[in-house]
Write a protein that binds this ligand. Structure first.
Ligand code: ADP
Length: 145
């Protein structure tokens, strides 16, 4: 069984995230979406709402599970016998950031990070953008799966 963790804040989960999951289903037997819960980080969308919303998207996809975790991603991955961490890359900025984390995670646990490039049409979509639009009363439905 090839099991991958897809960790993130997902505040909120966007069509960019969804696309990464759908494409990764061709690579892995199971994907566990891990909503990283950071007590010190301010969250816009309540954790329970985010969990329920993501679960609803994958209701009919038994190979995708959604869980909340705190602590280190590698510990969460090890608990679930995951051999891979899945991440998406939109830009060189993402790339540099992901490289450092991937290196640390590999050293800590031997777990490999697999990066998928964003679809060009989704490259500008971030949870931050969606939160900003939402806070100004704009309709964000086009960014949500
Ligand atoms: P984090 O807070 O850990 O960066 P995010 O919820 O912002 O978590 O993102 C989770 C993962 O999804 C990251 O690897 C991020 O680069 C990726 N991602 C975010 N938006 C997109 C997008 N539009 N296309 C592809 N990957 C994306």
């Amino acid at each position: 069984m090839r099991i991958a963790i897809f960790p993130g804040s997902f505040d909120p989960f966007t069509i960019g995230h969804h696309d990464i999951v759908l494409r990764a289903l061709n690579l892995f037997d199971e994907i566990i979406i891990g909503i990283g819960h950071n007590y010190t980080k301010r969250e816009t969308f309540p954790l329970c709402e985010r969990l329920a919303a993501i679960q609803r998207i994958y209701d009919n996809e038994p190979r995708v599970r959604v869980e909340v975790y705190d602590g280190l991603t590698v510990d969460f991955a090890t608990q679930h016998n995951a051999q891979f961490i899945l991440r998406g890359v939109r830009s060189t900025l993402d790339f540099e950031y992901e490289r450092n984390i991937a290196e640390a995670n590999k050293q800590l646990s031997g777990i490999e990070t697999v990066l998928l490039y964003t679809r060009p049409e989704y490259a500008h979509i971030s949870s931050t953008l969606v939160r900003d639009l939402h806070s100004h009363g704009k309709d964000i439905s086009q960014y949500l799966p």
